[in-house]
Design a protein around this ligand. Structure first.
Ligand code: GLN
Length: 491
């Protein structure tokens, strides 16, 4: 592709990095280009905050590094961060009124690592309040529109990240996935996203939702880009995150082109039942056929407790959320009610005003399932079944190397369609929750189009630390198909 300043946004991270290294374009030019596009796309609702002066100062520093030959594979490439990662130079809100205008005194580890590579932060991306949601309609600030069809949701909770990448407002974004929030919006917006093994990327400075599930990951257009980004964001952070794994960072780009001849892909029958819509099924089946052409074998498997992952997740995640969100009391940081009579009244009014409906719902459910008399019946049961779900995966991995299926039962739904029905939202998470509960890596790869010409994602789930294999599989599919290169009309 010949580049001009007008189509820089069509380049992938890998291609942009190459052009920057070659000095075909400067980091300042690239940054100005993406900032201008991002500012002009206000109507999509993808961003919550910019700091152009700061972004351009990072770009100038990247150009100095490039001139000096002091490079990493990502130097000079822009990225935008889900507003769950705290940052010194942009407000950090988690999409919540409770944290309106909040500035952190430090940068989260993931943001720091990308800055250390010489990447440029373009801004903060919209998300569901405290990452609770599947459609980004729970943001306290604004809705995000799906660039493929602006009457539809982009997915959630990393909806701003997915929409921004799909609309070419940034070549890459960070996301977080507690129960599917990287994979599902990636699928709904036709991009690629990976959630690594739990503990692989540091949670330090990620505003906590459910700490035993929360995991950061990259969202970009291609598996190659995700491999570059994931290589930079993983690695131990033992002093700062008690669940960070003591496993050195890896270079995930090295095995992208490996052959997948003879690879056994497990097809869980529970992912292909009645709940799966025909259009998504057709696209997923076609992608699986591509894998067969590449020499992989499809193996039928069972994940018998797939349905139980919904109640288990919505008990465990709510329980942890109720505890994590107790820190928002109007004293330490964030919103504080204006008028109150005493300390208790201040707590009550602050939390009543600062939290939205879905967050309150989860705090109430979480407090209930942890309360004396109900703990054994709900929380403890859920923890036991969570273990069984993880064991089911280990059984399955006796028969196969990786697991594949749909990311979500349908394509992106219409704005407002499920917003008054929380349970309908929860049910749509069925295929992403099992891997989250087991702490396994999972990814979404563009696999074609369904109803309304909306993107469909293929989900790949691997055993612990198999990120390189998932990225390799996704890359091989992307060499055989062109779904990941297609873009929404008018973009
Ligand atoms: N949709 C799920 C929820 O609402 C998952 C969210 C997430 O992964 N952050 O909790």
């Amino acid at each position: 592709m010949s580049i001009t300043s007008s189509n820089l946004h069509d380049l992938t991270v890998a291609h942009l990095a190459y052009k920057l290294r070659n000095k075909d374009v400067s980091a300042v030019e690239v940054t100005q280009h993406f900032l201008a596009r991002s500012h002009a796309a206000e109507h999509l609702g993808a961003y919550l905050a910019f700091n152009d002066e700061f972004s351009l100062s990072q770009a100038k520093a990247a150009d100095v590094r490039i001139a000096a030959g002091d490079l990493s594979p990502l130097t000079g490439v822009p990225i935008a961060h889900k507003d769950i990662f705290v940052t010194k130079d942009f407000p950090s809100t988690a999409g919540a009124k409770m944290l309106g205008g909040f500035y952190s005194s430090f940068d989260s580890t993931v943001v720091n690592k990308f800055a250390g590579e010489g990447m440029i932060s373009l801004g903060k991306l919209n998300c569901d309040e405290f990452a609770m949601g599947s459609g980004n309609e729970n943001s306290a600030y604004k809705k995000v529109l799906n660039p493929w069809d602006m009457s539809r949701i982009p997915g959630g909770s990393s909806g701003g990240s997915a929409a921004a990448v799909a609309a070419r407002l940034t070549p890459a974004a960070t996301g977080t996935d507690t129960g599917g929030s990287i994979r599902q919006p990636a699928a709904f917006c036709g991009i690629t996203g990976i959630k690594p093994t739990y503990g692989r990327a540091s949670r330090y400075g990620m505003i906590a939702f459910a700490s035993s599930l929360d995991q950061a990951g990259p969202m970009a257009r291609t598996a190659e880009d995700c491999a570059l980004l994931l290589s930079a964001m993983c690695g131990p952070d033992l002093d700062r995150d008690s669940t960070s794994l003591d496993v050195p960072a890896e270079d995930y780009t090295r095995s992208l082109n490996d052959s997948i001849e003879g690879l056994r892909i497990g097809i869980p029958k529970e992912f292909f039942g009645d709940g799966l819509s025909a259009d998504v099924r057709a696209a997923v089946d076609a992608a699986l056929k591509e894998y067969e052409k590449l020499g992989a074998k499809l193996v039928p498997i069972s994940l018998p407790r797939t349905e139980l992952s919904i109640p288990v997740y919505y008990i465990v995640a709510a329980a942890e959320a109720s505890s994590n969100l107790s820190r928002f009391d109007g004293v330490k940081f964030g919103h504080r009610a204006q008028n109150y009579t005493d300390l208790n009244d201040m707590y009550k009014k602050t939390r009543a005003e600062g939290f939205g409906d879905e967050v309150k719902r989860r705090i109430m459910i979480g407090t209930y399932v942890l309360s004396h008399g109900y703990y054994d019946a709900y929380y403890l049961q859920a923890q036991k079944i969570r273990r069984m779900i993880a064991d089911d995966f280990q059984q399955a991995f006796q028969l196969c190397d990786v697991i594949a299926g749909p990311v979500a039962p349908t394509v992106a739904w219409k704005l407002g369609e499920k917003s008054s029905d929380p349970v309908a939202n929860y049910l749509a998470d069925i295929f992403t929750l099992p891997a989250s509960l087991a702490g396994l890596p999972g990814m979404s790869v563009p696999a074609g189009f369904g109803e309304g010409n909306m993107p469909v994602g293929l989900q790949l789930i691997g055993n612990y630390f198999s990120e390189a294999k998932l990225l390799n599989m996704a890359h091989r599919l992307q060499q055989a198909t062109d779904f990941h290169t297609q873009k929404p009309e008018g973009i």
